[in-house]
Design a binder for this molecule. Structure first.
Ligand code: SF4
Length: 345
């Protein structure tokens, strides 16, 4: 089991539920826009939010942002240790910074001491795109081994100053490299792992890469907190993250829709029907599995694992529960009857 760290009250690692993170894409020094986006992310199910801190104006805005939000706030900092100190003073709950990149041990010491004094963890965020040159030459490019060695280099620097309140990420834009790097890290340490694939692209491909990378690792028992990265509204990252957790069985909250792919037996507009059911399910919080199947002959059997379901036929459909047919229903009433049944569960 991994070691546990606490980020603004949210535990990461040590058997805690896998938390969902996202990152704002507003200008951090635009406090109103950033707070508004963080509130939308919180309402969508985000557990921890990160903001970029590219300059002092952003760092100085953190205190005011923090006052107006309920989510734990993480400051994302590259190279400039003064920004880290300012962010810590502003009350952030975690800092993402790579100690090897901030220009000297005195600076690492200052950041480590400030984090320790304020009881906040550091995430070491190794990124395949910005690996140290000596490691690139040693390994001949971005390899999982190079990424893991980079992580241990940063960890060692923090250890020099007696700091071990650490979590680690090892992201690359290659799904396979990313997965191997996390597996290697999990074999060699028990630091909690922030899992994600980076620069994945637009929503469709980005979701696929994240589902494979993050979902695959989670299915192997690796990963304590996750971030889906999409070139899209960050809300999409939360929806995708929630679906990944559901798909690997790590979140039971809310319903899961299963529907058949349709085939030559289908005599109903199943795509529209499944869309309507999906839309109405978004208002429901019960942890149930709901099936929408394309034919009454095979549908109930194929979906026998579902709690409830409907199967469409030629004008008449059926309502079923755990694979057993409850009643025949005229097609146009199918969805309403399904939701009446769901209400009674
Ligand atoms: S449930 Fe019926 S319609 Fe759907 S794929 Fe199976 S056999 Fe085809």
């Amino acid at each position: 089991m991994t070691k546990q760290i606490i980020v603004g009250g949210v535990p990461i690692g040590g058997g805690a539920p896998v938390s969902i993170q996202s990152m704002t894409n507003t200008r951090t020094d635009d406090v109103a826009a950033t707070v508004a986006q963080i509130r939308r992310l919180a309402a969508a199910g985000c557990d921890i939010v990160r903001v970029a801190v590219p300059d002092m104006a952003a760092a100085r805005a953190l205190g005011s942002i923090k006052e107006q939000i309920s989510l734990p706030l993480v400051a994302d900092i590259h190279f400039d240790y003064k920004l880290a100190l300012e962010a810590i003073a502003a009350g952030v709950d975690k800092v993402r910074i790579n100690p090897g990149n901030i220009g000297g041990e005195d600076r690492v010491k200052a950041v480590a001491h400030a984090c320790k004094a304020n009881n906040i963890p550091i995430r070491i965020g190794v990124n395949g795109g910005s690996l140290e040159k000596p490691l690139l030459s040693k390994y001949g490019g971005v390899t999982p081994e190079a990424m893991v060695e980079s992580a241990f280099g940063h960890i060692e620097l923090l250890h020099k100053f007696d700091f071990d309140d650490i979590c680690v990420s090892l992201k690359s834009s290659s799904v396979v490299t990313t997965m191997s790097a996390y597996r290697l890290m999990a074999q060699q340490s028990n630091y909690p792992l922030h899992v994600g694939v980076t620069e994945t692209g637009l929503t469709r491909m980005g979701t696929i890469k994240s589902a494979i990378g993050i979902g695959g690792l989670l299915a192997m028992g690796i990963g304590d907190t996750i971030r889906v990265t999409l070139t899209a509204d960050p809300l999409e990252e939360i929806y995708a993250a929630k679906d990944i957790l559901k798909a690997v069985g790590l979140r039971k909250e809310g319903p899961e829709l299963i529907s058949c792919p349709t085939c030559g037996r289908t005599r109903i507009d199943l795509i529209r029907l499944a869309g309507e059911v999906s839309e109405r399910l978004s208002q429901i919080r019960k942890p149930i599995t709901v099936a929408v199947m394309g034919c009454i002959v095979n549908g109930p059997g194929e979906a026998s694992a579902a709690d409830v379901g409907i199967a469409g036929g030629d004008g008449v459909g059926i309502l079923f529960r755990k694979g057993k047919i409850i009643e025949k229903v005229p097609q146009e009433q199918l969805v309403d009857r399904l939701f009446t049944l769901i209400d009674t569960l």
